[in-house]
Design a protein around this ligand. Structure first.
Ligand code: PMP
Length: 359
């Protein structure tokens, strides 16, 4: 071992879902939106002045920040934008989780939390979900250095009611509580409703799911202005220009079109509810998802086998290794047409598997 090698920061990185190339595949593996971004986004993209790329973008991302503040009815000093919610969450970990006491998050949850905690050397403890995969607010009553959980949770899709979110906040008023609402638009009430009562609450959302813009990388946090100022101070100590110019312009266009937003979210919710019926008929069971994916387990055929069989057909879903989750597939809700291809294939495949083999 070379002397300098011991100074290298060694981390076990987060593993993102596959982004396979080609247009003949059905991609239900990374919770993207199957519909295009709002028409205004395309228009603005076409009209974009490429000479503006010469200049640095606005480091304060003022136009997008103000647009989000208007949309959510908060002050512009209460909004922080970043390069996807991953960037916003990482910045929040760095800013708020500096206690010697462990931060708390669910043990089946967004696997990036553990990676950031390790990267930033933040002590952490994971609290087990119950047998039904639910977050138990009582697990968060003990002393800690901060709390973070997704709502709805990922990859289970289960939603915690606003009363339970408030219960966690009530019991954690001495630390920052981050509610990661990447999927909230598909069925829940946002913790933004609690902002006025809890100045230690930070709500994080993204343009990657309900707003169809995963490729643009836009995320944001809303909280008390003191929290946002602290996050900005950390951001400006790290990289002033996180948001590129096209993201700022196109992000604003996406927020403007409320009708299109409601329409696409509505379509996905309908397809999801239909998917629950169809998957149940095929022998799957799953927690009652309020997100744009379903975490499903088959009664007879192991998840890895189904995962591979689907992949061989160019149908991509997500499978996670690890206790309690390895029996499940996380299936993103696609268009009705894409879902029909999935059901059709599963019907034939599962019939063959079940009749031909003994599990
Ligand atoms: N939080 C959760 C719970 C997620 O599932 C994801 C998507 N991988 C993110 C945050 C990050 O999404 P993005 O960086 O695209 O906003």
């Amino acid at each position: 071992m070379k002397a300098w090698e011991k100074n290298i920061r060694r981390v076990v990185p987060y593993v993102p879902g596959d982004q396979p190339a080609g247009d003949r595949l059905i991609k239900l593996n990374t919770n993207e939106n199957p519909y295009p971004p709002a028409p205004g986004v395309r228009r603005a993209l076409g009209e974009m002045d490429y000479d503006r790329l010469r200049k640095y973008p606005d480091p304060a991302a003022s136009v997008l920040t103000e647009c989000l503040a208007g949309y959510y009815g908060v002050d512009k000093n209460q909004v922080f934008v970043g390069v996807g919610s991953d960037d916003v969450l990482a910045m929040a970990f760095l800013t708020f989780f500096n206690s010697e006491k462990p931060i708390l998050f669910p043990d089946i949850s967004y696997s990036f939390y553990k990676v950031w905690a390790e990267l930033f050397r933040i002590p952490y403890e994971m609290t087990a979900l119950d047998e039904a995969f639910l977050i138990c607010p009582e697990d968060y009553y003990r002393e800690n250095g901060g709390v973070i959980f997704p709502n709805p949770n990922a990859p289970t899709g289960l939603l915690l009611g606003l009363e339970q979110v408030e219960d966690i906040l009530k019991h954690n008023q001495d630390v920052i509580v981050i509610v990661d609402e990447a999927y909230i638009d598909f069925g829940g009430r946002s913790a933004l409703a609690l902002l006025n009562r809890y100045e230690n609450l930070l709500v994080v959302q993204t343009f990657s799911k309900a707003r169809s813009m995963a490729g643009m990388r836009i995320g944001f946090a809303i909280g008390a202005s003191g929290l946002i100022k602290a996050m900005n101070d950390v951001k400006y100590s790290y990289n002033s220009y996180t948001m590129n110019m096209p993201s700022l312009v196109l992000g604003e266009e996406a927020v403007r079109d409320e009708t299109y937003f409601r329409e696409t979210v509505g379509k996905i919710v309908n397809t999801r509810e239909q998917a629950k019926k169809r998957l149940r008929l095929l022998g799957f069971s799953f927690p009652d998802s309020m997100s744009n994916f379903i975490f499903a387990k088959h009664e007879k055929v192991p998840a890895v086998r189904i995962f591979q069989a689907l992949k061989d057909q160019q149908i991509y879903v997500r499978h996670f290794a690890g206790p309690r989750v390895e029996d499940y597939l996380r299936i993103t809700i696609g268009t009705d047409e894409e879902m029909e291809v999935l059901y059709d294939f599963l019907e034939g495949y599962l019939r063959g598997e079940i009749s031909g083999k003994c599990f």
